[in-house]
Every structure is written in structure tokens, then in C-alpha cells.
Design a protein around this ligand. Structure first.
Ligand code: DX5
Ligand code: ZN
Length: 215
């Protein structure tokens, strides 16, 4: 059974409280929160202030995906805002090992996000230290993009690396996840499905979450 992590990037922000309530009443496991800085990715979303409000509206896991440069400057702020899991991008971190240690020493679970073009092998020397790999199945920056099919091969490769190293890291797939492709993603070896538009733009978001949960 998958872990389902709706991405609030696709939520209606003028009705954020109602959106949180809907997720709380649903079978969603995690809240996936996308932070964009307009530098690492060509879009700006929200920061710790909004996450603090969301934190007060749920007891579910807050899974924060940082798409920002210099994440070390903000890790503490995201901890204070209520993040349970904090993921940084491998492409944004020349001192990735240090970033991971910082996140863990702040008492959060550490995740590493990886873009579609970055070799899976570049995770080899940190995989045993982390709790989550956020594998991008689109180029980060925007919701509503199409799933890149080659991701399925990458999931299988990462699953082998995790097994070989005895890592406890979960594989999270982020971008273009739909009810139609969720089975192939889970069959390839994923643990967590992020879904933005598929959940929030559906006629019945709670039911869509239940459907995703079954894979
Ligand atoms: C993209 C974000 C995703 C995004 C997914 O940069 O990291 O989490 O919100 O949105 P959908 O599911 O609509 O592709
Ligand atoms: Zn994300």
C-alpha cells in the first residue's frame, strides 16, 4: 500500500483551511509542501510562514521539499515552522553531506531530492544516511506537468542501490503522478506517491486519494 502525499501547491490558497480539513479527513498520509525560491527553480511558491499555518491545521506528517539554493540558511526556520521531513536538492548542495547532518541534528528526517537528469549513482555515498529520496519525475518548478516515463527505470535502479547498501530510505515519486500511472510507479519499487493536480483538480479529492492509496 502506497504512502500518499498530496502536494498543496495545487490547493486553493484562499481556502487553505478547508483544503487542510479535506486532507485531514482523507486517507492522505503526508502533506507535501513545495518551497521554491525563483533561483534554483524558475518559480516562487511559499516559505516557512505558510507552513507554520498548515502545521497548526494538521497532525499529519509535513514533508517539506525545498527547491532552493543554500538550504542550510533556512533549515532551522523550517524546523520551527513544523517540518517533519526536510528534503534538499542534490543539485543545489555542494556540501550535501553537511546539509544532511544539519537536518538530522535539528531533529527532522532527511531527504534528498534528485532531478530527472542526475545519475542515481550520485546518491551512493549518502543513501545510507537518509530517510527519503524525492525522485523528480518532472523538471521541478511547476505542478501539472507530464510524468517522464524514464523515471520507472530510475526507480528500479534506486531500489537496487537501497537494497545493496541496507538503506532505510523511502522512494518518493514527485511530478505527474496520476491514477493511471500509479500502479506502474509502485510496481517499479516506489513507496510514496506525491500528487498535486491529480488530487486537487479532481471532482472528488478524497476519493482520488483513496484510489491512489490502493496501489
Ligand atoms: C514540482 C513539485 C511537485 C508538484 C507536483 O516542482 O515538486 O511536488 O507540486 O505537482 P503535480 O502532481 O501536479 O505534477
Ligand atoms: Zn515536490
Amino acid at each position: 500500500m502506497s504512502i500518499v502525499a498530496p502536494s498543496l501547491l495545487a490547493a486553493n490558497f484562499i481556502n487553505l483551511e478547508a483544503e487542510c480539513k479535506m486532507l485531514n479527513e482523507s486517507e492522505a498520509d503526508w502533506f507535501h509542501l513545495d518551497v521554491m525560491d525563483g533561483r534554483f527553480v524558475p518559480n516562487i511558491s511559499f516559505g516557512p510562514m505558510i507552513i507554520e499555518f498548515i502545521r497548526k491545521s494538521t497532525t499529519k506528517v509535513c514533508d517539506v521539499h525545498l527547491m532552493i539554493l543554500e538550504p542550510e540558511k533556512y533549515a532551522e526556520a523550517f524546523k520551527k515552522a513544523g517540518a517533519d521531513i526536510l528534503s534538499v536538492h542534490i543539485e543545489a548542495c555542494p556540501h550535501l553531506h553537511r546539509n544532511i547532518q544539519q537536518i538530522k541534528s535539528l531533529g527532522m528526517q532527511a531527504g534528498v531530492a534528485i532531478n530527472p537528469h542526475t545519475p542515481i549513482s550520485s546518491l551512493k555515498d549518502v543513501i545510507a544516511d537518509i530517510d527519503l529520496v524525492c525522485m523528480m519525475s518532472v523538471n521541478p518548478g511547476f505542478g501539472g506537468q507530464s510524468f517522464i516515463p524514464h523515471t520507472l527505470t530510475r526507480i528500479k535502479e534506486l531500489r537496487i542501490l537501497i537494497k545493496e547498501t541496507g538503506s532505510k530510505a523511502k522512494i518518493e515519486i514527485d511530478g505527474g503522478v496520476t491514477v493511471e500511472n500509479a500502479k506502474s510507479i509502485m510496481d517499479a519499487g516506489a513507496d510514496v506517491l506525491v500528487a498535486g493536480n491529480t488530487v486537487f483538480k479532481s471532482a472528488n479529492p478524497k476519493e482520488t486519494i483513496s484510489l491512489l492509496k490502493k496501489f
